[in-house]
Design a protein around this ligand. Structure first.
Ligand SMILES: [Cu+2]
Length: 118
């Protein structure tokens, strides 16, 4: 084998090993994948579904399917609200506290939803 070929094989092997180590040691990556996620579509100025029941530690992802700007704004302060969401923008939030979390849209106060965390 040519020295160049050997060097190339070693280089590819090294890149492969580094990639595997990066995946195995990236705890955020592994943790994120494990979190159970429920999805809410924002469509026709409604949250669909309007009420979702999850367990503590799970995530909800809202996706705005309207061309109007919407938000996910919690009525009380314990949970982080979204900023403005444009068309096809998403907002994800993990609920670690049990309870009922009512939310609305800052721009359209008649839009209401509820997350029940058990
Ligand atoms: Cu809205």
């Amino acid at each position: 084998m040519q020295p160049k070929t050997i060097a190339l094989i070693l280089l590819i092997a090294a890149i492969g090993i580094i990639a595997i180590i990066a995946l195995l040691t990236n705890n955020d990556f592994r943790y994120e994948k494990k979190i159970k996620t429920s999805y809410v579509d924002i469509k026709g100025s409604s949250y669909l579904p309007e009420i979702i029941e999850i367990n503590a530690g799970e995530r909800v992802v809202w996706a705005n399917r309207d061309s109007l700007i919407h938000t996910v704004t919690f009525d009380t302060g314990s949970e982080q609200s979204s900023s403005n969401l444009g068309l096809n923008e998403e907002y994800g939030h993990i609920f670690n506290i049990q309870g009922t979390f009512d939310y609305h849209c800052e721009n359209h106060p008649s839009m209401k939803g509820k997350i029940i965390v058990k």
